[in-house]
Design a protein around this ligand. Structure first.
Ligand code: PLP
Length: 390
């Protein structure tokens, strides 16, 4: 047996799995990382005689397979599927699970693009949706109807860092015959494993912490059920928004350092959140690691650490928030998150402009940080000068 994640002594630690799952040595050359199989089609030995099980790279590609096996192992699932973007993964999932007349419950705080997919695309096929505060189990229960097929949760949420009790909502969804989908992008499987808490499907924008270096766009689905895994794989091939070989390779490489990166993101974010809570120009800090955060206890129960995302509100309203973003220097002004470099943005005008006027509208004085893994002292100094305007 080659050096895969299989172990004779039982399950391996997360760090070992991150580095080895799916990463079998190349059978031809012995290369210790999977090559980028930049190929569309495969020679057949006689009609239908597939040598390595591959026939066409939309259906399957060896570099993507390596990533998909790795994703399944990291989330403790049975099947992983890699897509061209997080939204491509979400689209495939919704078109697999939903039919006209079905109903979904979506959170009152979520990535703006996810909301747009429900409100502007999925709704056009006759799928109905209601918004719930998923941090409150009773609010989820109240939003359910006999037609509810999916309950969608993002925890921590984007951009308000709300926390949902995954195990509690999983139970409510199960009792209603609905599937629980958890967008695990902010936490990553190193910090939180929703399938073990009762979720049916995990969604990732791999563009963020999984890739980790702001150099690739990708998405993933992971499920614990073989039949659902087969159904999703059918739709992935039928719809075709797959992750390409180079993008798959980049994400596989990023994942190898996911545990060390997430530890440092969490440490740096803890220091930044602490500084912000004491800063006179900051009126509110949203970080689940803070004891005063309403979801702190649940986050401490279901997450290994609190991650690298922080949002905060500033004195002086929208203009002041925009000025803070514009003055930051080491924190790069930009959308997205989860890379090694720190980013700052104004959700109301940038990532969440598409939810303006909806139940998901975000406060105008909100600033969102993706705290990177630079020296924490430099990050604190930059934020102080951005807040103080000196
Ligand atoms: N889910 C969350 C929480 C996100 O932040 C994003 C993107 O910002 C997405 C999903 C969509 O992923 P992508 O941009 O890779 O399509």
């Amino acid at each position: 047996m080659s050096d895969t994640h299989h172990s004779q002594s039982g399950p391996r630690g997360f760090e070992t799995t991150a580095i080895h799952a799916g990463n079998t040595a190349d059978p031809v050359t012995g290369a210790v990382v999977p090559p980028i199989y930049q190929v569309s089609t495969y020679k057949q030995d006689g009609v239908g005689g597939l040598r390595g099980g591959y026939e066409y790279s939309r259906s399957a590609n060896p570099t993507r397979t390596a990533l998909e096996e790795n994703l399944a192992a990291l989330e403790g699932g049975r099947r992983g599927l890699a897509f061209a973007s997080g939204l491509a993964a979400e689209d495939c999932l919704l078109r697999t699970l939903l039919s006209p007349g079905d109903h979904v419950v979506i959170p009152n705080d979520a990535y703006g693009g996810t909301f747009r997919l429900f409100a502007k695309v999925v709704s056009r096929w006759g799928v109905e949706w209601s918004v719930a505060d998923t941090s409150d189990v009773d609010s989820v229960r109240a939003a359910l109807t006999p037609k509810t097929k999916v309950v969608w949760v993002e925890t921590p949420s984007n951009p308000l860092l709300g926390i949902t009790d995954i195990a509690a909502v999983a139970q409510v969804a199960r009792e209603a015959g609905a599937r629980l989908v958890v967008d695990n992008t902010f936490a990553s499987p190193y910090l939180q494993q929703p399938l073990a808490l009762g979720a049916d499907v995990v969604v990732h924008s791999m563009t963020k912490y999984m890739g980790g270096h702001s150099d690739v766009v990708g998405g993933a689905l992971v499920v614990g059920d073989d039949a659902l895994g087969d159904d999703l794989a059918f739709h992935q091939n039928a719809m075709g928004a797959v992750a390409g070989p180079f993008d798959s390779w980049l994400v596989l490489r990023g994942i190898k350092t996911l545990p060390v990166r997430m530890d440092r993101h969490s440490e740096n974010a803890t220091r930044v959140a602490d500084m912000l809570t004491r800063h006179p120009r900051v009126t509110k800090v949203l970080y689940p690691g803070l004891p005063e955060h309403p979801g702190h206890e649940i986050a401490a129960k279901q997450m290994k650490a609190f991650g690298g995302m922080i949002s905060f509100q500033v004195e002086g309203g929208e203009e002041a928030a925009v000025e803070v973003c514009n003055r930051a220097q080491l924190f790069t002004l930009g959308e997205s998150l989860g890379g090694v470099e720190s980013l700052i943005e104004h959700p109301g005008r940038m990532t969440h402009a598409s939810v303006a006027g909806s139940a998901l509208e975000v406060p105008a004085d909100l600033v969102r940080l993706s705290v990177g893994i630079e020296s924490a002292d430099d990050l604190l100094a930059d934020l102080k000068q951005a807040l103080e305007g000196k």
